[in-house]
Design a protein around this ligand. Structure first.
Ligand SMILES: [Zn+2]
Length: 262
């Protein structure tokens, strides 16, 4: 671990991972809007300042600070309709990971298809349009890549893997007219080779959920704490504690018995 990475380790901020923020999405991936608002209010009352991953990686913290990086995976349209007004209300910002090939399309993720019981349900599973993305970018939200097709990277050939990592960065950077620097591994699935590809493709960082036993810490394996519908107010407070996160990692490392990098 070099000095810069040691800084990430010791002064790492709280990075939370959300997906959908909605009352209509049927499943644990969606945090209800009222709960999300309470969580944002709690963070601001506690004196947390938010930043995007891009800003954090460009200027790592030089001392411990109350920083929260709010991240959202999969690019659900409710991030704009529901989460964004709440973020603005509390002066918070964050990073949204979109799946490059599905931006501005009517794609519905495979895991959401069976949640749709009637045509009216469909709206709850829609993804962000470019206009919505531009509006949020203007406010200061960052957009990162969640691959081209939400691929589970370790099961792909090297060539497919590179396409998912590299081509998604290229196409998103073109679409957004600015370099995309943050990457999120779908389902947190990765191995050493994939981490090297993410660095080689020009990303400045990558995020992982959940904490993984023995996964070496670097700016390409930044740990996040996932927030779900099932997350109780107490569990949310515990997730905010850097000690709890480190303890969980150490505990898992002990359980696994050796430092593996899966
Ligand atoms: Zn995802």
């Amino acid at each position: 671990m070099n000095t810069a990475e040691r800084k990430y380790y010791y002064y790492r901020p709280l990075i939370l991972a959300y997906h959908s923020v909605s009352d209509r999405y049927d499943g644990n991936l969606a945090v209800p809007p009222a709960v999300f608002e309470r969580q944002m209010a709690f963070l601001s009352q506690r004196g947390y300042r938010s930043m995007t991953l891009e800003t954090f990686v460009r200027q790592p913290l030089a001392r411990p600070e109350k920083i929260v990086i709010l991240t959202f995976d999969d690019g659900y349209a409710d991030n704009h309709a529901v989460a964004f007004p709440i973020l603005k209300k509390y002066g918070l910002t964050g990073t949204i990971f979109v799946t490059a090939d599905y931006v501005n399309t009517d794609h519905i993720y495979s895991w959401d298809k069976n949640r749709i019981k009637s045509p009216e349900d469909e709206a709850a599973y829609r993804l962000l349009t470019l206009d919505q993305i531009f509006e949020m970018m203007e406010y200061g939200m960052e957009f990162g890549s969640h691959t081209s097709t939400h691929a589970i990277l370790p099961i792909l050939s090297e060539e497919q893997c590179w396409r998912e990592i590299h081509a998604s960065r290229e196409s998103l950077s073109r679409m957004l007219d600015q370099p995309v620097t943050s990457f999120c591994y779908p389902e947190g699935k990765l191995n050493d080779r994939i981490v090297q590809m993410v660095a080689g493709a020009g990303y400045a960082c990558g995020v992982v959920t959940p904490p993984r036993a023995g996964l070496p810490l670097s700016r390409y394996t930044l740990r996040r704490a996932g927030v779900y519908r099932s997350t109780s107010p107490l569990a949310f407070r515990l997730k905010m504690s850097p000690f709890v996160m480190r303890y969980r990692e150490l505990f898992m490392q002990r359980q696994s018995g050796s430092a593996v990098s899966a």
